[in-house]
Design a protein around this ligand. Structure first.
Ligand SMILES: NC(=O)c1ccc[n+]([C@@H]2O[C@H](COP(=O)([O-])OP(=O)(O)OC[C@H]3O[C@@H](n4cnc5c(N)ncnc54)[C@H](OP(=O)(O)O)[C@@H]3O)[C@@H](O)[C@H]2O)c1
Length: 242
């Protein structure tokens, strides 16, 4: 992981919602390696969270992002934040005619409601010039397969959140950005999974991306040279959406 030249990540107070595994864990590790003071939440993966905390020096907090009170309490405990990253996300795949409505609601709670409430609470206690970064998906722009309606809808909603909050908090020089990965090798979407070839067929660079590649982009958006970038979608998808 290379810290962007001229960055001043060292000493920054960073909070990552959903940081125990995958892309979130890479973001936690990258900020910690750059010298930030990092806190992250997780829901169910206690062992992974504790191992990551041990390895990076970050602080792990058990808080379900779908539980608004728990989410807000975890953010309030962090004090004045420089960087807030909302990474928590659930993937729901299936025919909407048969998809469990409770599973769809849970997906929306984690992917959208948590992102809204978490970002607003973070901004309340954020320093001027702070950074809010959410992790969306290329499926917020493009859905070339059936069966991902609720997921794609949730990631499109984050685009509205990003544009709106950029306007709401711009006077304080807080930037708000959305990182939109394409297929990325994690538990959610393994590079050797059954749909991998179908995804690669849609890509210009026919491989899964890595969590570290996504984390590098997040780190850049949190760095001083990115101070003028806000209200924007940043797709990192190997050309999946091209
Ligand atoms: N992998 C891809 O191909 C891909 C592509 C586009 C976008 N994305 C997006 O990138 C983000 C990370 O995905 P990933 O692939 O790294 O997924 P992952 O491997 O399934 O990891 C998801 C992370 O989110 C946390 N999380 C999930 N629900 C949570 C909740 N209710 N409260 C707190 N934390 C919660 C998980 O923590 P616990 O395990 O502790 O619950 C875990 O740390 C998601 O928003 C996803 O939609 C991924």
């Amino acid at each position: 992981m290379t810290v962007p030249e001229g960055s001043q990540i060292r000493g920054k107070s960073v909070m990552v919602i959903g940081g125990s595994r995958g892309i979130g864990a890479a973001i936690v590790a990258s900020f910690a390696a750059a010298g930030a003071a990092v806190r992250f939440t997780y829901a169910g993966s206690r062992d992974a969270a504790e191992a990551l905390a041990e390895a990076t020096g970050a602080i792990a907090i058990q808080a379900d992002a779908a539980d608004r009170d728990a989410l807000l309490a975890s953010i309030r405990e962090a004090g004045a934040l420089d960087v807030f990253v909302y990474n928590a996300g659930l993937l729901g795949v299936g025919d909407p005619l048969t998809l469990d409505p409770d599973a769809a609601d849970r997906l929306i709670d984690v992917n959208v409601r948590g992102a809204y409430h978490g970002s607003v609470e973070a901004a309340r206690r954020m320093v001027d010039g702070g950074r809010i970064i959410a992790i969306g998906s290329v499926h917020g722009d493009r859905m070339p397969f059936a069966g991902i309606t609720a997921y794609g809808m949730s990631k499109s909603a984050l685009q509205g959140l990003t544009r709106g909050l950029a306007r709401d908090f711009g006077a304080r020089h807080i930037t708000v950005n959305l990182v939109q990965p394409g297929p990325t090798d994690t538990d959610m979407n393994p590079a050797d999974g059954p749909l991998a070839q179908q995804m690669h067929d849609e890509m210009a660079i026919r491989r899964h991306g890595t969590a570290d590649e996504v984390a590098s982009l997040v780190l850049y958006l949190a760095s001083p040279p990115a101070r003028g970038i806000t209200g924007a979608m940043h797709t990192i998808d190997g050309g999946f959406g091209a």
